[in-house]
Write a protein that binds this ligand. Structure first.
Ligand SMILES: Cc1ncc(COP(=O)(O)O)c(C=O)c1O
Length: 390
C-alpha cells in the first residue's frame, strides 16, 4: 500500500487532499517522495512562517526536546516565561494564555469576554457579534462564532449567543448592538472568507462602540498575526488595539500553539480554575516560538516582508487575467477574470508550485523568510499557470 492509500484507508476523510506526499523541506522549498521539487506558497496554511527547518528554530526545538519536553502548567518553566514576556512586550498586551491552536485561542477569547461581562454586569450580557463571512475555527463554539451558514450544519445544537454583522456595514453593526452584547470579534482581513481586508472606518466604529459601551473588542489574528502582513499584527494598519487579540499558526513556526492576549482591562479575568490546557505553553513549542519572535524583531525583517509583498502584487498587476489582488503583506488573494482558482492550483502543482485557494480566489501565504530566488521562481510558475490556455 502506498502512503496515499494508507492514509485514505485509516484517516477520516475530512480533507480534499492534493495527491502529493511531502517528504522533506528547507526554506520555502519542499520535495515529494519521488524527489520532485515544489516551491511552497502556502506554508502549511500560514504556519511555517520561517520556512521548513529554519536552522535557529530547529536547533532551539531539538535542544528543548532533549532538555525538558513537557511539564504541566502546575509548574513554571523558562521557554514559556520567555515567550510570554516577549509576546506581551512586542504586542503591547498585558498577559497571555497559551493553548494549542487558533480555535482554542478563540475559545479562550470567547470565555474571557463572557466572564469579563459576567463579573461586572451579571448573567444576561453574553452575546458576541462576529462578522458575516468570518472564520474562527472548528470547535463547536468557534464554528458557532463563524459567520458562514455553510459551517452551521450537522452538528446541532450550536452554541447560542452569537449574532452576525455584515462586514463594513456600520448601520448593521448598530442594528445588532443591544444591551446583551459583551464583545465584538473580527478578523481585520477575513482569510478563509476570501482574503478580504475590512474598511478602516468600519474597524474604527467597532473600536468606538466598544469603548463607549464597555464591550470587549476581540481581534482574531490567527491568520493575520505574527508578521504575516508585514507588521507584528494587522491591527497596526488600522491604528487599532483590540482588548483581546488571538494568534496561532505562524507563531509556532511549525509546532502547534495558540495565544490569547489580553490588555490591562481584562488580563486577570481568567483566574485559577477558570481555564486551562494540558499541552498549552509546552516547553518545546515555546522554545521554537521565541525564535520566531526574535527573528521578527530583527532590523529590516518586517520591511522585507512588505517588499516581498510589493514584488508579488506588482508582478500580478501585469497579468490581464488577474481581476483583483486583495489582502495585505504576504497574505494575498487573487481573483481571476475567467479561470477557476482550483484549475490554476492544479497547473501550479504540476509545475512545482504549491498554492492555496480561499472561496473563488487563489490564496498565497508564503513563508515570511522566502528567498528572492524562491519567490521569483514561484511567481514565474504562478504567472505561467494564470496565463496558460488550459
Ligand atoms: C482567522 C482564523 N481563526 C481561527 C482559525 C482556526 O485555527 P486552527 O485551525 O489552528 O484551530 C483559522 C484557521 O484557518 C483562521 O484563519
Amino acid at each position: 500500500m502506498n502512503i496515499m492509500q494508507q492514509s485514505d484507508s485509516y484517516i477520516m476523510p475530512t480533507y480534499g487532499r492534493n495527491p502529493v506526499v511531502i517528504e522533506q523541506g528547507a526554506g520555502a522549498t519542499c520535495y515529494d517522495a519521488d524527489g520532485k521539487k515544489y516551491i511552497d506558497f502556502g506554508s502549511g496554511i500560514g504556519v511555517t512562517s520561517l520556512g521548513y527547518c529554519n536552522q535557529v528554530w530547529a536547533d532551539a526545538v531539538c535542544e528543548q526536546v532533549r532538555k525538558l519536553p513537557h511539564v504541566s502548567n502546575l509548574y513554571y518553566h523558562t521557554p514559556q516565561a520567555e515567550l510570554a514576556e516577549k509576546l506581551c512586550q512586542m504586542s503591547g498586551y498585558q498577559k497571555v494564555f497559551f493553548s494549542n491552536s487558533g480555535a482554542e485561542a478563540n475559545e479562550c477569547a470567547i470565555k474571557l469576554a463572557r466572564k469579563y461581562s459576567f463579573d461586572k454586569y451579571g448573567k444576561n450580557r453574553n452575546k458576541i457579534l462576529t462578522l458575516v463571512n468570518s472564520f474562527h475555527g472548528r470547535t463547536i463554539a468557534t464554528l458557532s462564532a463563524t459567520g458562514q451558514d455553510v459551517f452551521h450544519n450537522y452538528f446541532f445544537p450550536f452554541v447560542g449567543g452569537f449574532d452576525y454583522v455584515e462586514a463594513n456595514n456600520i448601520a448593521d453593526l448598530h442594528e445588532k448592538l443591544d444591551d446583551t452584547v459583551c464583545a465584538i470579534m473580527i478578523e481585520y482581513i477575513q482569510g478563509e472568507g476570501g482574503v478580504m481586508a475590512l474598511e478602516p472606518a468600519f474597524v474604527a466604529e467597532i473600536r468606538k462602540v466598544c469603548d463607549e459601551r464597555d464591550i470587549l473588542m476581540i481581534a482574531d489574528e490567527v491568520q493575520t498575526g505574527i508578521g504575516r502582513t508585514g507588521k507584528l499584527f494587522a491591527g497596526e494598519y488600522y491604528h487599532c488595539q483590540a482588548d483581546i487579540t488571538t494568534a496561532a499558526k505562524g507563531l509556532g513556526g511549525g509546532l502547534p500553539i495558540g495565544a490569547c492576549l489580553a490588555n490591562q482591562k481584562c488580563a486577570d479575568v481568567l483566574n485559577a480554575g477558570a481555564h486551562g490546557s494540558t499541552f498549552g505553553g509546552n516547553p518545546i513549542v515555546c522554545a521554537g516560538a521565541v525564535k520566531v519572535l526574535e527573528l521578527l524583531e530583527q532590523d529590516g525583517m518586517l520591511e522585507s516582508i512588505r517588499d516581498k509583498s510589493q514584488f508579488i502584487r506588482e508582478t500580478l498587476a501585469k497579468l490581464d487575467e488577474v481581476q483583483e489582488v486583495s489582502g495585505i503583506g504576504l497574505m494575498v488573494g487573487i481573483s481571476l477574470k475567467s479561470k477557476k482558482a482550483a484549475d490554476v492550483l492544479k497547473i501550479c502543482r504540476e509545475n512545482g508550485l504549491l498554492v492555496l485557494t480561499a472561496k473563488t480566489k487563489i490564496r498565497l501565504l508564503p513563508p515570511l523568510t522566502i528567498s528572492s530566488e524562491e519567490l521569483r521562481e514561484g511567481m514565474e510558475i504562478l504567472c505561467h499557470a494564470i496565463n496558460s490556455n488550459t
